[in-house]
Design a protein around this ligand. Structure first.
Ligand code: KG4
Ligand code: ZN
Length: 326
């Protein structure tokens, strides 16, 4: 029964999960509230908070899993991409732990861990097409096996999560705004306002034009009525969310058709969005695709998905050297 401990510290969540033979038996996530004071993640503050959080979170995760630290078979950690200072906290801790316990180290790519996360607690097996939507990336990836992935579409500028967070900021909402837009949109009309969509012919995504359009729209409306945002917040949120989700799903379904892939999944922080979860399910049903949507705890950054991706590498004896960067 392989036991893998996974450490995630790439951005502003310190998280530790434990995977036992493919099942996640603990997944402790500690978010850092300090960044909401600044409207975005402050890298230096994030690294300091990781240093403070990491040991208690490892201890809590071990306790929740009801296991002994000595029973761990390998230590997995997020190697990249992410904020360098934040990554270094997780990697240094993982290396020290691996050295002390004399257990192998496994370096995990954060994006690959998100892409594999729909397999956790489900009967999904590769090959499948994944729409990865996080704070820093928007990608369409064909997951051919747990260790082989093909990039089909990528972020050209702002990612889907950034589109949510930057729109929220324009509406005066605190960081991270994605989850607040989701909440406010529940009371609004998604067709109240229309925003432009990018005209990109391949499978790449761009959201910076939408952000600019929202900026001008809000400023023009405020010039006519200074209380416009307050009076129409739910409708604005619902319309922005509807536009972002339509941009995402139009391309994703086109890719599924072109690549003849029947199994679809979503992953990453934005896959926690209730409207995306509902729409992708409806559209997949309509076109008779099978759709796999991760549990909420595995959508945003979490150690469970690092432990799970680490377990896949463990099965392939894909270990890292203690001198690996980061
Ligand atoms: O995957 P993630 O936790 O971190 C990165 O790897 O970037 O994604 C974070 C992003 C943020 O932009 C956040 O606003 C967005 O996911 N997010 C949401 C929701 N929950 C998190 N966006 C829309 N609706 C949500 N419910
Ligand atoms: Zn992430």
């Amino acid at each position: 029964m392989a036991l893998i401990l996974g450490i995630e510290s790439s951005c502003d969540d310190t998280s530790v999960g434990i995977c036992q033979e493919g099942k996640i038996i603990s997944n402790i996530i500690s978010t850092q509230p300090i960044h909401s004071l600044y409207g975005g993640v402050v890298p230096e503050l994030a690294s300091r908070a990781h240093i403070k959080n990491i040991l208690p979170i490892v201890e809590e995760s071990i306790k929740k899993a009801n296991i002994n630290l000595q029973a761990i078979d390998a230590i997995a950690f997020t190697q990249s991409p992410g904020l360098i200072g934040s990554l270094l906290v997780g990697s240094s801790f993982a290396k020290s732990l691996a050295m002390c316990l004399e257990k192998p180290l496994i370096a995990v790519n954060h994006l690959e861990a998100h892409i594999l996360s729909p397999m956790i607690e489900s009967n999904l097996n590769p090959p499948y097409l994944c729409l990865l939507v996080s704070g820093g990336h928007t990608q369409i990836v064909c997951c051919k096996s747990a260790i082989e992935m093909e990039l089909i579409g990528n972020t050209l500028d702002d990612a889907a999560g950034e589109a949510f967070d930057k729109s929220a900021r324009l509406l005066g909402l605190p960081y991270p705004g994605g989850v607040l837009i989701d909440k406010l949109a529940k009371e609004g009309n998604p067709l109240a306002y229309t925003f432009p969509k990018p005209k990109i012919t391949n499978f790449n995504y761009s959201f910076s034009g939408l952000k600019t359009a929202i900026f001008y729209f809000i400023n023009n409306q405020i010039a006519k009525d200074k209380d416009f945002v307050e009076k129409n917040k739910s409708d604005i949120c619902a319309s922005i969310q509807h536009t972002i989700i339509e941009i995402l799903l139009d391309k994703f379904l086109q890719a599924a058709k072109q690549y003849h892939i029947q199994k679809l999944s979503i992953a990453g922080g934005v896959s926690a969005n209730s409207y995306l979860r509902k729409k992708v399910f409806e559209k997949a049903q309509e076109k008779q695709y099978q759709i796999y949507i991760p549990e909420l705890q595995f959508c945003t950054d979490n150690g469970g998905m690092i432990a799970f991706a680490g377990y896949q590498k463990y099965l392939h004896h894909d270990f890292a050297s203690l001198s690996i960067f980061t």
